[in-house]
Ligand binder design. Sequence first.
Ligand code: FAD
Length: 830
Amino acid sequence: MKETAEVVIIGSGIVGASAAHFLAKKGWKDIVVIDQGPLFEAGFSTGGSTSHAPGLVFELNASKTICQLAQWSVETYRSLSFEDQPCFYSVGSFEIAYSSERLEELKIKWGRAHAWGLKAELLTREQTLQRVPLLNPSQIFGSLSVPSDGVAKALRAVQALAWASRGNVEFISNTEVLGIETAKEQQRKQICGVTTSRGKIKTSRVLVCAGIWGPRIGKMVEVPIPLVPVQHHYVRTAPVKELTNQTAEVVYPILRNQDHGLYFRQYYDTIGIGSYSHEPVLVDPDLIGENAKRPLKQEDFHKAFANACHLLPCLEGAKFAESFNGLFSFTLDGNPLVGESDEVKGFWMAEGVWVTHGPGVGRVVAELMNGELPKVDLRELDANRFDRHALSPSYARVRGAQQFREVYDIIHPLQQIEDPRPLRVSPFYSRQKELGAVFFESNGWERPQWYESNSSLPKDESWPVREGWNARYWSPIIGQEHKATREAVALFDLSAFSKFEVSGPGALNYLQNISANQINQKVNKIVYTAMLNSAGGIMCDLTITRRSENRFWVVTGGGVGTHDRGWMLKQLRQDQNHHSVQFTDLTSSFCCLGVWGPSARALLQSVSESDFSNEAFPLFTAKEIFIGYVPALALRMSYVGELGWEIYVPAEYGAHLWDLLWQAGQCFGVIAAGGGAFDSLRLEKGYRLWGADIHSEYNPYEAGLGFAVKLENRDFIGKSALVALGKGSSRRKLSCMIIEDEKIILLGKEPVFLPARKESTSPISAGNAIGYVTSANYGYTVGKSIAYAYLPSEYAQIGLELEVAYLGQRYRAYVAPEPLYDPSHARMKR
Ligand code: FAD
């Protein structure tokens, strides 16, 4: 065994083998992959999940990035073979609908597939039965077929990958990693070695690809890896009569029947059946032992098998050749954990990954380790994306189990978690409950989405009434709150916003270096800025207020706060003057109310002796004030496009502040308004939302944020990329579209097409989407159904006719000038 290595990869399942392969392809030479199980010996495998997985690959995912990782995985599997045997069978997939709700979901999935560039076909009941004759015809409503899906031979792929990387990668079997050594560096711990059952290896990097054992490895360096191992029922039948004489390993398409929690694949003349239709059985990572397999009691599969026989009558009477309970990982949100720990330098993770995404994840983690920028935004996979509470083992158990339960459920994009709640509440919470707030959850925070008490507010009869899918987790009250905000004044609880204080002699230079906008402003000036990666991709967008020469107040959205803090701290660690910068997270110390609307000034003036006039308190400035007795930091800005202030106060004054503004506000028509109104207000004002309209795949110019880039006389991360890109030369542009039929209100992620009649004259192949919707909502003031999408520049022309697909149908849309509401900002400046 080697004594030193460039990297030690723990785990030789599909993820570890893939990562080793991609690192070797990049020229890394001293790669060691250690596994506690046997490797590459006839009839043996590591004992990890990869050893047991039947390898069904359904590429489509609600996340564009995760779908891309699956597509890259298929590309890799297809390119591999071992001993002349393929590692992928491209047999296609069918997801069968057994209810009208499922069929509706499949239509949405069809839209997403097109949005993400994955070919998919919606089939009627008859077409489905024609293509999959083994199905019982009763109860079928239709299906979704993805021809590029199939079966991955994951173990074979591990061997092929190991063979392909020989010379650069040493695979060590039957060797357990017992400990990881770290040394204290200036700011955080640094990996310096690995202790195994066969000796020590010096290394500065460890990559954990230990699957269900990941949390145990995390403990070795005190880095929580938030996932839970869950048992999963799987059986393979004895030969089935209808498949007699079937000598090919896999020729039948894979099937998914979510309505009964089942999936199917063929092996020669037998059928494999997996079932999620049982309560999750979690296993403590410390008690797994060396094998991810547990016995399965026949009676535990009884109901699933009865359902399976109903769906595939050829299974009737079949015996089981093999049955087991296989363990695999469920993370808190179902997405993998990829990247370097923020806490321990050199501690990398690629955890919670399915066979479907193994090689794709291997590829991106190798890119990250090699210092490259991945081609896809990794926010949904970031290993550091969870806030502290979510790293508790009990949170992982509750959320991991729920992920298992919901794995095949119809999940609406606005569906909320139910447990654990409530976890983080603002000081306004009890007042909000009294007003009938309907809460959404964001990063543990309870955030009002609308208030039932507003149901009697005036509404506009012309507003479309939502029905079905897009009426879920929605209320018409949202429109009423929207209108009241535009016409009077509303209190928005912004306490979940992340607030950081950056101070010290090096603070300005540090912020200048990571901000695309000019931060060197007069004291109390507020600046909206993006922070970019070296390719000019938008990593965060936030506001920075200079509070004094060397003190800055930084505010970013609640849902992205952990991400943004992680990015800023990472840059700080790399700043040579980091010793002279203090970064303090004040999120929990301060609550915040957005007081927005035309009467905001009058309301605030009525409870404060400070001067809120335009002259004394101009737009985009800040002031320390008193509201009654309450000391507050007031920032004059508004994400809803109206006159108003964000009022930050120490949390203990929150309830008093609310009562004061509520009572004084009655004569100004004050309401409490929620996140639903917030979103439709911001969208008609054209304000971008990070994680939807903008993220690292887009630069500020194409995102329409060029106004917030200041290149002159300064340097910052991403500047050279922006200079090279040139201001006016974007190949795509974030564009505002109006859906002609205003009753069609989209939710985001829908594909955008050229009108069918124009497709033949376009260089884009007919039927291929030219973009996808990043944000959508109804604009209650402008009276339009709005959708934003990045369009190729040649199609981002005002007035151009396009089509958007919703629930499987295409609807006409037009590119519109933006913002739709108050382009001169007169309302905010008044
Ligand atoms: P593993 O394959 O578990 O590899 C981790 C390795 O780390 C193991 O080999 C283990 O021995 C090693 N290790 C752990 N701790 C140590 C240590 N301390 N020292 C040394 N070595 C260590 N996914 C799909 O995409 N499609 C499917 O159809 C599918 N079906 C499944 C069906 C079943 C029954 C099961 C169990 C899983 C299924 N999965 C499926 C999930 C998939 O198999 C896993 O998510 C995937 O294989 C995980 O790969 P991995 O490389 O991360 O982990």
